[in-house]
Design a protein around this ligand. Sequence first.
Ligand code: ZN
Length: 309
Amino acid sequence: MKIVSLLFAVIATAAGLGMPAFAGQPFAATPAFGNELPEARPPGAMTLRALPSGKIFSRAALAYEGGNFTDQREFNVGAILVQHPSGNLLFDSGFGQHVNEHAKTRTRLMQWTGRYERGSTIAQQLAMNGIQPGELKAVVLTHAHWDHVSGLENLSGVPVWVTQQEFDFVNSGHRSTELARQLGIGNYRVYGFSNVPYLGFNSSYDVFGDGSVVLVPAPGHTPGSIIAFIALPSGQRYALIGDIAWQIEGIDIPAEKPWISRKVADNDADATRNLLEHLHALKNAFPMLIIVPAHDARVWNKLPRLPVP
Ligand SMILES: [Zn+2]
């Protein structure tokens, strides 16, 4: 298995060898953002907490072009809990109780290369903190890949919010959403966006009407992927970007996933590249905005945590 992993990485590295990020690839003009982040009036009681539920062992060479093969990375897998007086939202669902079964829905290549380790499920961590699934307004999926829906099995009855495009993607029978179908989509609820632009995105959904949680469509990694912009009462801002980039270097450089990873994981590599450029420009314009890739443990380690008794 190690040899397969090595081969995989060598191909990935070779594909990007000596080439600058986005080599030869056009990307959209950088959107204008103005000088200030959009106004938000988050209520004083609002919080954001990270709940890691496991990890996948990988390497920087598989995460972004130019990444080093010897640079081992732990891809965090988990959920982000946003508690708001008008309803608690969980972004993604981490690894579920039967993750060992769930992992078998991955392609053979991903099974060979993506060794993982499980922790407490999100449902267990919530229970330890006195939060029952019924107290969640919704699980908001950044997208419906296996490592984002696995924990839904332990959150039965909670509405699962997806975009129409992601709902259609799951129903299309696409291989990468097999687990979502296996676990059932009876609780899925489709939401839409208004034509209100937000930070260079053409449409948005202001969940609570106070600017504290704003979802924008970000198709690329999957057709119905989203970004969630969160504003806390402290003034801190976050962008939960799902898997647009697997590690923060994808935004900071910016750099695409290596060729092999794009082929395996990204539905639309061109659209994903444009999003990386967009987020790179956003971070330059607003350095205090914390961009949170779903799998960058280094970023997650700096987020507030739900206390584990
Ligand atoms: Zn993922």
